[in-house]
Design a protein around this ligand. Structure first.
Ligand SMILES: Cc1ncc(C[n+]2csc(CCOP(=O)(O)OP(=O)(O)O)c2C)c(N)n1
Ligand code: SF4
Ligand SMILES: [Mg+2]
Length: 445
C-alpha cells in the first residue's frame, strides 16, 4: 500500500491555473505542488502567502492555508504568521515587482533570519499591470515603460539577500528539472530561505524582447548572475529565539495571566457575530474582551476588524467567530448575530443588513432607521444606557444585552475578561455597563 497520503496539494475546484499560455508561473506553481508532495506536510501546517501580481493568483489553487495581502507586503504577513506560529511552514510567493515595492522587507527578513521560504517568480516585469519595468529588468530590456530599452541596471535579488544576511539562497529557472527538489530543500530550511526563479512572462517581456529559453540562459550568463546554491550558512532562526526569550521572562512588560477555561457555554456550532458602531465607541477593544470572555468559557474565538484610516470618526466594525471547534477560516459568510450600535456602523454594513437571513438576530439601537431585512430585529436603548453608565461603554452594554439574551456563555466570563485587561477603575465602569446591558435583555427588546 502506498504511504503517499497527498498526491497533490492543488485543487481543481476553481478550474485550471489562470496564467497566459507559456507563463513561467505555471511550471513554478506545479513545481511547488510537487515539492509539497515530496515533503508530505499536513496542509493545515502550511501557509502559502501571496503578493499582488499574476503570481498572487496562485494561493487559491492550493488546499493549504492561504493569505493574500497588499502589494509588496507578503514577506511581512509571512513573518507575522511565523512569529505567531513557529511550527508552521510559511511559503511566500512574490513577483519581482513585489520585491521592488517591498524591498525593505526582503532586507529585514534576511537580516533577522525569520524562517519563511521566499519564492520569487522573477519575470523581469510587472506582468499583471501590463508589462512595466521592475527592479530586475535587465539593462536595455524593453518593457511598456522602457520602450527604448531600460537604462537602469537590474537588482541582483540573491546578492542583495545574501548581503543582508540570508542564510540560504538559490537561483533557479523555470526550466530546471530539479526545481521541485530545490523548492523542497528550501522549505526544509529552518531559517530564511530565498529562491529566485527566473521566468518568462509570455504576454509582455517575451513579446517585447523576443526572449526564449535559450535567450533567458544567455541573459543570465551575460549578467554574470550565478545560478544554483549561492548561500548555505545556517544560523539561529529568529522566531525560535524570540519565543525562547519571551518564555525566559526577561521582558519587563507585565504579562497578563493566561485564559484558563472555567465557565460553561451553550455554543454548539460556529457562530458569526457582527458588531457595528462608530470610531471612538470602543467597538474593537470591547469585541476583543467579549471574545476573551468566550475563551474563558472554553470556546475558540477569532476577530477581524474594519475601520477607516482616520481616528475618532467614521465606522468601526468587528467580526467575531465563536466555536467549540477549531476555526479554520475567519470570514463570516452569513452572520448569526448582529449588533448595530450607531448610524456610522449602519452606513458601513447597510448592504449586509439588507441581506441578513431570517435565522439572524439583529440587536439594534432603538433610534436607528433600519433598512428592510429578514433578520429578527430586537430594539434596545443602547446609547441612552451607555450615556448613563459612561459614553465609552455603549459597546459593553450592547454586547451584554446580546450575551444575556443568547446565553452563549455567562456574563460573568465577559466581566472576568474585562477585569483581566483593564485597570480596576475602567473595568468597574465597563462591568456596570455590561450588567446594564444584561438587564435590558431581561426586560426584552
Ligand atoms: C501598493 C500598490 N502599488 C501598485 C499596485 C498595482 N500593481 C498590481 S500588480 C503590480 C505588479 C506586479 O508585478 P510582479 O510583482 O512582478 O508580479 P507579476 O504580475 O509579474 O507576477 C502592480 C504594480 C498595487 N496593487 N498596489
Ligand atoms: S501577464 Fe505575464 S506574468 Fe501574467 S499571467 Fe501572463 S505571462 Fe504570466
Ligand atoms: Mg513580475
Amino acid at each position: 500500500m502506498s504511504t503517499v497520503k497527498y498526491k497533490t496539494y492543488m485543487t481543481d475546484a476553481i478550474g485550471p491555473l489562470p496564467f497566459c499560455p507559456g507563463c513561467g508561473h505555471t511550471p513554478l506553481i506545479k513545481a511547488l505542488d510537487k515539492a509539497l508532495v515530496k515533503l508530505q506536510l499536513d496542509p493545515k501546517e502550511v501557509v502559502i502567502v501571496t503578493d499582488i501580481g499574476c503570481i498572487g493568483l496562485s494561493c487559491r489553487y492550493f488546499i493549504t492555508n492561504a493569505f493574500h495581502g497588499l502589494h509588496g507586503r507578503s514577506i511581512t504577513y509571512g513573518c507575522g504568521l511565523k512569529l505567531a506560529r513557529p511550527e508552521l511552514k510559511v511559503i511566500v510567493l512574490k513577483g519581482d515587482g513585489g520585491c521592488g515595492i517591498g524591498g525593505t522587507h526582503l532586507l529585514n527578513v534576511a537580516r533577522r533570519n525569520i524562517g519563511i521560504t521566499l519564492i520569487v517568480g522573477n519575470n523581469f516585469n510587472y506582468g499583471m499591470t501590463g508589462g512595466q519595468h521592475s527592479v530586475t529588468t535587465p539593462t536595455d530590456g524593453r518593457t511598456t515603460t522602457t520602450p527604448w530599452g531600460n537604462v537602469e541596471g537590474p537588482m541582483d535579488l540573491c546578492a542583495t539577500a545574501i548581503a543582508a544576511g540570508a542564510p540560504w539562497v538559490y537561483r533557479a529557472t523555470m526550466f530546471d528539472k530539479d526545481l521541485p527538489d530545490v523548492i523542497a530543500t528550501a522549505i526544509e530550511q529552518p531559517g530564511f530561505a530565498m529562491l529566485d526563479v527566473w521566468e518568462l512572462c509570455a504576454a509582455y517581456y517575451v513579446a517585447l524582447n523576443e526572449l526564449d529559453k535559450k535567450e533567458l540562459f544567455s541573459l543570465l550568463d551575460g549578467l554574470s548572475f550565478e545560478r544554483g546554491l549561492l548561500a548555505d550558512k545556517p544560523r539561529p532562526e529568529y522566531s525560535e529565539r524570540y519565543w525562547a526569550a519571551y518564555k525566559a521572562g526577561k521582558s519587563t512588560v507585565k504579562k497578563k495571566p493566561p485564559i484558563e477555561p472555567k465557565y460553561a457555554n451553550t455554543v454548539t456550532k460556529q457562530t458569526g457575530i457582527f458588531i457595528a458602531g462608530s470610531a471612538g465607541q470602543k467597538i474593537r477593544s470591547t469585541a476583543t474582551l467579549f471574545a476573551e470572555g468566550a475563551m474563558f468559557a472554553g470556546l475558540n474565538a477569532t476577530q477581524k476588524d474594519d475601520y477607516p484610516i482616520t481616528v475618532q470618526t467614521g465606522h468601526s466594525v468587528s467580526e467575531i467567530i465563536l466555536s467549540p471547534e477549531t476555526i479554520e477560516y475567519t470570514g463570516i459568510n452569513s452572520p448569526d448575530l448582529f449588533v448595530l450600535i450607531s448610524e456610522d456602523g449602519l452606513k458601513r454594513v447597510r448592504s449586509q443588513v439588507e441581506k441578513l437571513p431570517e435565522t439572524c438576530i439583529l440587536y439594534a439601537e432603538e433610534k436607528l432607521q433600519l433598512p428592510e431585512t429578514n433578520a429578527r430585529v430586537r430594539r434596545f436603548p443602547f446609547s441612552r444606557i451607555g450615556r448613563d453608565v459612561g459614553r465609552l461603554s455603549v459597546a459593553a452594554t450592547a454586547l451584554g444585552t446580546m450575551l444575556a439574551d443568547t446565553r452563549m456563555f455567562p456574563v460573568e466570563a465577559f466581566a472576568e475578561a474585562i477585569r483581566r485587561s483593564q485597570s480596576p477603575a475602567i473595568a468597574e465602569i465597563n462591568v456596570k455597563a455590561l450588567s446594564a446591558g444584561a438587564e435590558l435583555a431581561a426586560k426584552g427588546g
